[in-house]
Ligand binder design. Structure first.
Ligand code: RTP
Ligand code: MG
Length: 161
């Protein structure tokens, strides 16, 4: 009998401003799907930060609406740890458009909590490189234990030679 193991991995999940009203239920789903929330930070982002976060969409017709939505209220940024976290979280959230999600994956997070293609409740990193960059930007440099928790990091001045 063969068993396959994926290494412990981190991804970035966001509960977008339209999802904040149902954040407790979304967090329940995150735990049900086997993720550990290694770090979290709730903050209302500025236009500059929103533009940077979604920079690869800057030529899209929905870019201004997207940036405006992301600045319209608080976003919960989270680092999720699990085996195969990046693709696992993408699978848990489902298709970008909640209407499509309701048809194709009725119990995915966007099907349950999203209300439109723009207001689709949650974000997930698209690949491990993107996840790493987002973690650095939002939380600074983090290192992780093998169980997915954040390693305690001593300030530089307290480190031994
Ligand atoms: P995300 O980056 O937020 O996790 O979503 P995603 O990968 O499923 O979708 P992506 O193509 O990266 O689009 C980023 C976000 O832009 C908004 N959007 N609006 N009006 C539209 O047609 C449209 N298309 C995308 C959504 O908020 C989407 O999550
Ligand atoms: Mg995306």
């Amino acid at each position: 009998e063969l068993e396959y193991f994926f290494p412990m991995e981190q991804t970035v999940a966001c509960i977008k401003p339209d999802g904040i009203g149902t954040k407790d239920a979304i967090i329940d789903k995150i735990h049900e799907a086997g993720f550990r929330i290694a770090a979290q930070k709730e903050t209302t982002i500025t236009k500059d930060i929103a533009e940077e976060f979604y920079a690869e969409h800057k030529d899209k017709e929905y870019f201004n609406d997207l940036v405006q939505h992301m600045c319209s209220g608080p976003t919960m940024f989270m680092v999720l740890s699990r085996e195969d976290a990046v693709s696992g979280w993408r699978e848990a959230i489902g298709p970008t458009d909640p209407e499509k999600a309701k048809v194709e994956v009725p119990d995915c997070i966007r099907a349950v909590f999203g209300s439109s293609v723009l207001e689709n409740a949650v974000h997930g990193s698209s690949d491990p490189e993107h996840a790493k960059k987002s973690i650095e930007k939002v939380f600074g440099h983090l290192e992780f234990n093998s169980d997915g928790t954040v390693k305690e990091m001593k300030p530089v001045t307290e480190q031994e030679e």
